[in-house]
Design a protein around this ligand. Structure first.
Ligand code: SF4
Length: 477
């Protein structure tokens, strides 16, 4: 039921953004939600020095992990295998789904219960399973709501943040038999819990994401608040975990600062309600736990980012969502307008590797470059520098040294090329330059005295300077 919306021409993105901008109620919801999340995060970091020290440490750990990624992935595979976890490698979303489907068919699974996993959204897991006749049911409350509504998540941490309690109440009333309309949030949660409990018991396979995979010990770490992650990974007889190849860290002690940064930056909690450490299937003599545990490690364009010294920093991300919560663009247009699994600033910098710059370049331009995202990023990803780089890539001549990514040069039009050719001529020859300067200084008088729409809609901090011509007029006796 979840949709993987593929974005394509720039017009689609603009149209979707315009739609939200013209919906004051939705804008108000988003503004309120973002203000709330920002305040919660701020309250968790009262000491600026402690925050900066922790961010430095987090960035260093992620940097170290990526610098040693090939070795750590090999070590992780060896350790997991020794622990009895079966490791699978997938280059593409189709390969990841085929691996999961192969496991499901072998164990004759009909029902899969899912914990929260953005990578499963990335690969279109639900679609793939449903096409094969297998039910994939979301157990995270937010994911359950968007699945029920036939929508995609609009935020990587809070998938249903775009919905009000009234909308959820109506949805439950319409979609769940015997449920009456109520705006009592606790009652709505109880409804979800009742539906989901049965699903855990009936599921053949539990699917989860992974927040950190520890190479030295072969441990999969899962951060969550609802307990559904623990249920998915322990109740069904088979557990499949799916994650991107970048989630590996070397040691368990590396997880501690990253976990602190993640929970405080994401939901403004000192710690989350649950923190799961999964290190293998059920052992002889144990009464519960899955009989099989699998890990699918997905590439899906991550190696393209990894190969580039600047863009590699994109993979430091720990998916906290703080960059979205602080982004003035995301706060106005919401997650669905982006049309990608990962919206907001992180989506703008990671999606080009997954889907190609040709279909995602508008997202790199959907930023004011105010730097709020980079300022709050707990692992210090230089998001704005990467956005500028992606803009350059999108505008690069396809055959030039600047075009290094899939889809580079897509945004470059014939008109762009003509303008830059003229610019090169003017600036390359002194005579042309002088002539152009002479014309341009005289042409100033032709510039409109009216301010543009963007400027008109803003409140100036200081009065706009008067134009020279007006001042001269005023000085005339
Ligand atoms: S880019 Fe930084 S702030 Fe954004 S989700 Fe990733 S870790 Fe969080």
């Amino acid at each position: 039921m979840n949709q993987v919306i593929r974005i394509h021409p720039m017009d689609d993105f603009k149209a979707r953004s315009r739609e939200v901008l013209n919906n004051p109620a939705q804008r108000k919801n988003f503004r309120g939600a973002m203000d709330f999340l920002q305040a919660k995060r701020r309250a968790q970091f009262p000491d600026a020095q402690e925050l900066e020290g922790l961010r430095e440490l987090g960035a260093a750990i992620r940097h170290y992990s990526l610098a040693h990624l090939p070795r750590l992935l090999e070590q992780l595979e060896a350790r997991l295998t020794a622990n009895g976890i079966q490791v699978h490698w997938a280059q593409t979303p189709d390969e990841a789904n085929a691996i999961a489907l192969g496991i499901a068919r072998r164990v004759q699974a009909k029902k899969i219960i899912k914990g929260k996993s953005m990578v499963s959204e990335e690969v279109g897991f639900n679609h793939a399973m449903e096409a094969a006749g297998i039910e994939a049911f979301e157990s995270d409350m937010g994911e359950y709501i968007v699945q029920l509504a036939g929508e995609a998540p609009s935020h990587i941490i809070m998938p249903a943040i775009h919905k009000t309690k009234q909308e959820i109440a109506r949805l439950f009333e319409q979609e769940i038999p015997g449920v009456a309309y109520t705006e009592d949030v606790d009652a709505l949660i109880r409804v979800g819990r009742r539906v989901l409990r049965r699903k855990f018991a009936d599921a053949d396979i539990g699917l989860s994401g992974v927040n950190f995979a520890v190479a030295e010990t072969g441990t999969l770490c899962l951060v969550e608040n609802e307990g559904n992650g623990r249920m998915c990974t322990t109740v069904p007889r088979v557990h499949i975990a799916i994650t991107g190849i970048e989630k590996v860290v070397e040691k368990l002690e590396h997880v501690v600062p990253l976990y602190s940064l993640l929970s405080r930056s994401a939901t403004g909690q000192a710690v989350t309600t649950y923190f799961n450490l999964i290190s293998g299937p059920r052992q002889p003599g144990e009464k519960d736990g899955p009989q099989e545990v699998h890990l699918i490690l997905l590439d899906n364009g991550r190696t393209q980012a990894y190969a580039d010294a600047q863009l590699r920093a994109t993979l430091q991300c720990i998916r906290c969502g703080a960059c979205m919560n602080h982004c003035p663009v995301y706060a106005r247009i919401g997650g669905h307008a982006y049309g990608t699994t990962y919206p907001g600033p992180i989506g703008a910098i990671i999606s080009p590797h997954m889907l190609g710059l040709e279909s995602t370049y508008p997202l790199a331009f959907a930023s004011t470059l105010c730097g709020a995202c980079a300022e709050v990023c707990p692992v210090k990803i230089p998001i704005t520098d990467i956005l500028v780089r992606l803009r350059n890539e999108a505008m690069a001549r396809p055959d030039s040294d600047d075009a290094t990514l899939r889809g580079s040069g897509t945004a470059r039009t014939v008109a762009n090329t003509a303008v830059w050719n003229v610019w090169a001529q003017v600036y390359g020859k002194l005579g042309f330059y002088k002539l152009a300067s002479w014309f341009m200084s005289r042409g100033r008088a032709l510039s409109p005295s009216e301010q543009g729409a963007w400027t008109r809609s803003r409140t100036p901090l200081v009065p706009a300077p008067k134009r020279l011509r007006d001042l001269l007029k005023e000085r005339k006796p």
